[in-house]
Ligand binder design. Sequence first.
Ligand code: MN
Length: 314
Amino acid sequence: MAAGGSDDNSGAAPIFQSLPHSQVVLGGLPVARALPVRGRRMVGPWCFLDRFGPLSFPEKQKLMDVPPHPHIGLQTVTWLLDGEILHDDSLGCEAIATPGGVNVMTAGAGIAHAEQTPLKTSHRLDGVQLWIALPDAHRHIAPSFENIATVPAIEQPGGVVQVFSGTLAGGLRCPASHYSALVGADLELQRGRKLELALDPSWEHAVILLQGDAAAGPGQPLIAGYLHYLNPGRSSLELNSPSGARVLLIGGPPFPEQILMWWNFVARTPEEIAGARAEWEQPHHPRFGEVKAYRGPRLKAPALLRPIAPPKNR
Ligand code: MN
């Protein structure tokens, strides 16, 4: 699927566009996909947003078990409201994502990772995983992994703001490495109060309701299961909640490059996708490495839907 330049960001009139999530199942786990969806492929450099939970599961069940799989050209960002996810990658990094902290994996030229419920678990899971498309100048960099145990947070009138990626207009900044201007924030709204956030008017944004009930401004209720897109041109966002809420905010300057997303890859051409797929399908190919901490077979790449012609004149 193609993403990027096809979205219309022009026009000064404020747009509040509500787009339903699609429902998918990932390794037995029901997931609501908020990005990409029909009508919206990206919000700034954010190109993927999966919402899972809230879920609770019995003692003997391992809720999440995603075997080793590859990524290129993107960063993954894992943000939890409840529960825990164990990350292991082919660099040998291991970290447990927990609420209040963020895991950021930079795939760059290529990495493999596995994600699973750790042995010691609360038996609950509630969170999001997002992907950020890397800009062309940085998409072939060496892979890396960062775990930030506690992200910057500030209490302000009407609620608590936690910034898990980038910078919120007005100052709060998460120290994880990023390669485009962007923000990812969790907004906890107090019951019956208003929270006002400054926005960069040259950025586009989107919000999703994570918990409770909330509205943007006086008349735009946030609907559970919908991504609400806000076009550039706004210098602030006012949120209110009759009974308390958690709201996810993402944003950034409209991404200036056309990307191509397939499976776990973000690239620019079908040839790059086919090349990365072929390298993953070769056991022990050095591009992605091995996730040595994971016991069990890795994921196989799906078949390409259509054959990709080799590049011409090369
Ligand atoms: Mn992954």
